[in-house]
Design a protein around this ligand. Sequence first.
Ligand code: NCD
Length: 313
Amino acid sequence: MRHLLSAGDLSLAEITSILNVAEELHTIQGRAIKKLPTLRGRTVINMFFEDSTRTRTSFEMAGKWMSADTINVTGKGSSTSKGESLRDTMLTLDAMGTDCFVIRHGSSGAVAQAAGWVKAHVINAGDGTHEHPTQALLDAFAMRRHFRKLGESAADSDFEGKTIAIVGDLLHSRVVRSNVLLQRTLGSKVILVAPPTLLPTGVEHWGCEVTDDLDAALEASDAVMMLRVQRERMHGGFFPTAREYTELYGLTPERLARLRPGAAICHPGPMNRGLEISSEAADAANSLILDQVTAGVSVRMSVLYHLLGGSPE
Ligand code: NCD
C-alpha cells in the first residue's frame, strides 16, 4: 500500500489487517506511557487546509505515539497564503525528506493530485465533499468492537448480515462516500436516509437502499450513523426550517426509544446537538461517539504503520 486516498482502494484483506493491527495498538491507550519505537526517524507532515479538531489531533497523536516526528502545516501559516501553488508547496516539503503527508483540503480530488507529485506516502484526511477513508475505517473499528461485545458477530465476518443507516446531509459528506465504499467491501447493507434536496447526484448507483423514511430505516438497522448538517457548505435553502429537519431526520429522544435493542449510535463529529442528534441520543448507553474518537488514534496508528512499515511491539 503506497497511499491511502480512497476507501474503495482497500481490499477486504487490507481492511481486516488495518483493523486487526489497530486492535493490538488500541491497548496502548490504557498505558501510562504511550510510546512505541515503531516509526522512529520517520517524518510525517500533517497539512490541514481546512479546520479540524479530531482528525488532525488524532493523526498527530498517532504519529507521536509511534515515535515519528510530526509537523503541522496549515494553509494560513504556510506560503500558500502568499500565493504559492499547492504543487510548489508539496514539492518543497517533499524535498526536505518527508516520509508521509496527511492532507485535508477543501477541493475534492486535491489529495489524489498531490499524491501524484511527491515521493512520500500520502493519506487523505478529507478532500472536499469526496472522501475521508480513515474516518470510515475508525467507524468500522468502533462498530466491530460493539458487535463483538454484543456477541453478534458471525464467526467469519463482523459485518455480513448487518444493516447500517447513514442519515442526514449526504450531499456534502465525504464521510458517507468513504463509508459506503468500505462497507460494500465489508459486506454490510447500507440504507441512506436524507431529504431529497440533500441526496448526491447519482446516489442510485451507489448500491444502497435510499429512502426519506428514517423511522422505517431505524427499525431495520444494527447501527445508525448521523451526519452533521454542514451549514458552511450550504448556499441556499436545503430544508425549510431547522425544526422541520429535526422532526423528520433527527435522532430525537422518541426515535432513540424505538431503536433496535443494542443498536449502535454513531456520529463522526462535530455534532449539532439538537439539530441532527438530540443530547439524549448522543449521550446514550449505546452511543459510540467517543469510542469513535478513541478508535481514531488506534486506526491512524495502524494506517501509518501499514504505509511506513516497522513492527508493532
Ligand atoms: C467530518 C469531516 O470533516 O469530514 N468530521 C470528521 O472528520 N470527524 C464530518 C463533518 O465535518 O461533519
